[in-house]
Design a protein. Structure first.
Length: 185
C-alpha cells in the first residue's frame, strides 16, 4: 500500500453560496466539480441513511489537491462550535501566495478577517515559511497563506487558512534525494 498524493481537504459548511463567495470569489479558487450526491454509495461512505450532499471541489485547476466544500442537505447538520486554534482537533488549510503583504492588504480591504498581520520568521530554512498570517473563512476556519516565487501550493488540514512566505529553496540538489512532486511544484 502506498499513498500516492493528497487529493482533497474537506470542510462541512452550512451555506454553500456563502462559502463559494469566500473560496471562489475572494480567494480565486476554480470550481472543479459541483454536484449533488445521493443514493446507496454516498450513504454508505458517510454512514447516514438517505444521505444527500451538495459537494463542490475548488482548486488551482490541476485536479491534484482541492478544497472540498460539503453541505449536508440530508441529514441537515447543526452548527457546532469550532475549537480554538490551540485546541486538539483544530486545523487549517495552508496555501502559498506570491506576496503575503499584498494578499493581506487586498483581502483586508474586501472585509476578510485575519488573526494577525503578516509575521516574519527570523532566519528561516527551507521549507519553513519566512512570513505568514492566519485568515478566517466564513465559518471561522483558519486559512494560511504563503507567498513563493513559484505560485500557490495547497496542503491540507481543516478549518483555518494560514498564509506564508517560504524561505528560498535549496539548489541544485533539490532536497537531497527526495523526488520532485509529480505536478512540478
Amino acid at each position: 500500500m502506498e499513498v500516492q498524493w493528497m487529493n482533497h481537504t474537506g470542510f462541512v459548511v452550512s451555506d454553500m453560496e456563502r462559502s463559494l463567495t469566500f473560496y471562489r470569489d475572494l480567494l480565486g479558487l476554480q470550481v472543479e466539480r459541483d454536484q449533488i450526491l445521493e443514493g446507496e454509495f454516498i450513504s454508505e461512505v458517510v454512514g447516514y441513511p438517505d444521505a444527500r450532499l451538495h459537494i463542490v471541489y475548488l482548486g488551482m485547476g490541476d485536479l491534484r489537491h482541492s478544497v472540498e466544500l460539503i453541505q449536508y442537505l440530508n441529514p441537515p447538520g447543526a452548527a457546532a462550535a469550532l475549537p480554538q486554534r490551540h485546541q486538539v482537533g483544530a486545523s487549517h488549510l495552508g496555501v502559498i501566495v506570491d506576496d503575503v503583504d499584498a494578499f493581506y492588504r487586498e483581502l483586508s480591504a474586501k472585509g476578510a478577517t485575519f488573526v494577525n498581520p503578516p509575521a516574519t520568521r527570523p532566519n528561516p530554512v527551507y521549507p519553513e515559511a519566512s512570513k505568514g498570517c492566519y485568515m478566517q473563512d466564513p465559518a471561522r476556519a483558519a486559512i494560511c497563506r504563503t507567498p513563493t516565487a513559484t505560485g500557490w501550493n495547497c496542503w491540507s488540514a481543516a478549518p483555518a487558512v494560514s498564509t506564508q512566505t517560504p524561505s528560498p529553496r535549496p539548489t541544485p540538489a533539490r532536497r537531497a534525494g527526495r523526488p520532485a512532486r509529480p505536478w512540478g511544484r
